[in-house]
Every structure is written in structure tokens, then in C-alpha cells.
Design a protein around this ligand. Structure first.
Ligand code: ASP
Length: 341
């Protein structure tokens, strides 16, 4: 079948050129980007484009933009078989993660890609990434999309979006899916791991637009002071805190530390325990250094990434969940974002 693909261009290195005056990379428009890959015309699919104005470096990404992006997908959902989102790599993992929560009952491919080198550069990785993303977004078997979820296609690998993080600022192989297998590997053939890809549920797409940003992230480090911990927990309006812990979810056992967290929880702040490690899972209670976290009511995040945790919390708070229900949903895989052993 001939697929209809909508390419949504948000900005990022893939479409940037050097400003002749400052020498800094700045976005340029989509038509110029498209010109660099005339081979796209040979694909067995029809490609349209939607270009954000202004284009942004993804370091300027924010929830308002996420809502607009989800809106573009919703408005065009019935008219296209798949979507390719061209996005800067810096916050791509955050956007792919939050979009996976905002787009409930997604039954079509939304493939994010970008590049480390701009399209105009001879050795660009953007060309390959773009072509692969188009092919994956348009892949159907018997009228059913092969990858009906939010994914990231980068350097010949397809990953579940909400399992990724950007781990390298220089290599073409810039994204990691530390806790979930690849959805596909691109070589001579595109080899899909069908058993790891979410199945379509054929329900109507529901777009969630309320994202609550009363959240914070606290990354632990040896030497962290009581002042820092207490200051974060006393932020006015704070509803949830992602606590980036060591290893399998461990934290200092100092009395002041545990008391500060405990007071925060008593004041209604949900504390979500996410590991600083790129692979492996939080297991509260495994070490003495996490027993107290468990007993004061810190919520274990299993193997969720920080990027996914922040998106999931904004989404759940935005939907109005609090207390026990919030805790329960945080520990339930909603879009394949965590593994419960
Ligand atoms: N700063 C750029 C961005 O994230 C980097 C990139 O696209 O790779 O928009």
C-alpha cells in the first residue's frame, strides 16, 4: 500500500545552518531541508510537511510546544498513516516520552528523528535518519502499522521513545535505550522485533493537553546539603519531586535527609525514586540505604528514565491524579515506559 506520511519539522540540528555573522547554528526552513534528499520522491509513499514557525533549538522545548505538537498530530491523525517528527536531539527523549503519554490510544507510528550534523554537511547523519524514519512510519502489514507507538529512530536503531535518553553529544549513536530492547535494527533490511512493539488497540485517539509543571528533579550527590534538599521541598506549589538516587534506588541514611523527605511527603509532595543509572531498576528495600525511603512512602520508579518520569508526572498531575491513585499509576506501565519484575 502507498502510505501517506506527515513530516513535522520542529527544528534542531538536522535543519540548521551556520549563521554567517555569529558562526552559531540556527534553524532554516523545511523546503531547503527537503531539497537535500531528492531521493524521498522515489519512496512508495506520499510525503507532506508541517513546519513550526518559528523553528526551535530543542533546548527551548516546553510544555506549550508539546501541546501544539500533539495538536498537529491530532488534527492530521485521520489523514495520514504515520508521522515523522524532526526534532533537536537535546530534548528529543523528553518530547518523545511526554508525547507517548499525551497521545492515548495511539494506533499509528510517530517516529522522532534528528541528527548530530546538519543536513547541509557532507557527512551528515540526518539523511540516513530521515529516510529510515520515513520508511518505518510508512511500514504496514495487512493494513496494520508495524510500529504504532512513539519511537526514536537514530543511527540505524529504532527505540521506544519513552525508554530513551541522549547519552552522547558527539557520536552519531547518540541515544540509549538502557532498559528496553530495540524495536528494530536497520541494516540491509529493517528487522523489526515485533514481540517488543506495542500492539494497536484500535480505539479512538485521545489527546491529553493538561500538563502540570509543579514538579522538580533532585539529583543526589555525595555532599548534598540539608539546605539544598529542604529548599527544593519547600518550593511553593510543588506537587511531585523526582529523586534521582544511586544504583538500585539508594540514598543517604542521614536522619536530616530522611526527615526532610518525610516532611515533604506529609505536606503532600509525591516523591518518585528514579535511578541515576542508565540501566537497571530501582529496588527499594534491597539495601539498607533504601529501606527508610520505602517506609516513609517514597514511590519506587522501577526502571523508568528521568525523561519519561517527568513527562509521566506532568501528565498524571495534569489529569488531576493525587495521593494513592497517583502513586499507583506511577508504578503501572501505561505506555510501556517501565518494567515491573
Ligand atoms: N541543540 C540542538 C537541538 O537539540 C542539537 C541537535 O539537534 O542535535 O535542537
Amino acid at each position: 500500500m502507498e502510505s501517506n506520511i506527515l513530516v513535522i519539522y520542529t527544528g534542531g540540528t538536522i535543519g540548521m545552518i551556520k549563521d554567517p555573522v555569529t558562526g552559531a547554528l540556527a534553524p532554516f526552513n523545511f523546503d531547503a531541508l527537503y531539497k537535500h534528499i531528492p531521493v524521498l520522491q522515489n519512496f512508495n509513499c506520499k510525503i507532506d510537511s508541517y513546519c513550526f514557525d518559528p523553528l526551535i533549538d530543542s533546548s527551548n522545548m516546553n510544555p506549550e510546544f508539546w501541546v501544539r505538537l500533539a495538536g498537529v498530530i491530532e488534527e492530521n491523525y485521520e489523514s495520514y498513516d504515520g508521522f515523522v517528527v524532526l526534532h533537536g536531539t537535546d530534548t528529543m527523549a523528553y518530547t518523545a516520552s511526554v508525547l507517548s503519554f499525551m497521545l492515548e490510544n495511539l494506533n499509528k507510528p510517530v517516529v522522532f528523528t534528528g541528527s548530530q550534523l546538519p543536513m547541509g554537511v557532507l557527512r551528515t547523519d540526518g539523511r540516513e535518519n530521515f529516510i529510515n524514519a520515513i520508511e518505518i512510519a510508512g511500514a504496514y502489514i495487512d493494513e496494520t502499522p508495524v510500529v504504532p507507538e512513539v519511537s526514536i529512530c537514530f543511527e540505524n536503531r529504532l527505540m521506544r521513545g519513552n525508554r530513551t535518553n541522549k547519552f552522547n553529544a558527539e557520536h552519531f549513536n547518540a541515544f540509549l535505550s538502557g532498559n528496553y530492547p530495540l524495536l528494530a535494527q536497520v541494516g540491509v533490511h529493517i528487522r523489526y522485533s515485533h514481540q517488543h512493539i506495542l500492539k494497536p488497540n484500535f480505539k479512538k485517539l485521545k489527546v491529553h493537553r493538561n500538563l502540570d509543571t509543579n514538579v522538580a528533579i533532585l539529583k543526589l550527590f555525595p555532599g548534598i546539603t540539608e539546605n539544598v534538599v529542604k529548599s527544593i521541598l519547600s518550593i511553593s506549589g510543588l506537587k511531585a519531586l523526582i529523586l534521582e538516587t544511586y544504583g538500585a534506588g539508594n540514598a543517604p541514611t542521614d536522619k536530616w535527609f530522611v526527615n526532610a523527605l518525610s516532611d515533604g511527603i506529609k505536606n503532600g509532595i509525591t516523591i518518585f525514586n528514579v535511578t541515576q543509572c542508565k540501566g537497571g531498576s530501582v529496588e527499594m528495600g534491597k539495601y539498607e540505604t533504601s529501606v527508610q525511603l520505602e517506609s516513609i512512602g517514597v514511590v519506587g520508579g522501577y526502571d523508568i528514565t528521568t525523561e519519561s518520569a517527568i513527562g509521566k508526572i506532568m501528565y498524571l498531575l495534569g489529569e488531576g491524579y493525587t495521593g494513592e491513585k497517583l502513586k499507583q499509576l506511577l508504578q503501572t506501565p501505561l505506555r510501556g515506559e517501565l518494567t515491573i519484575e
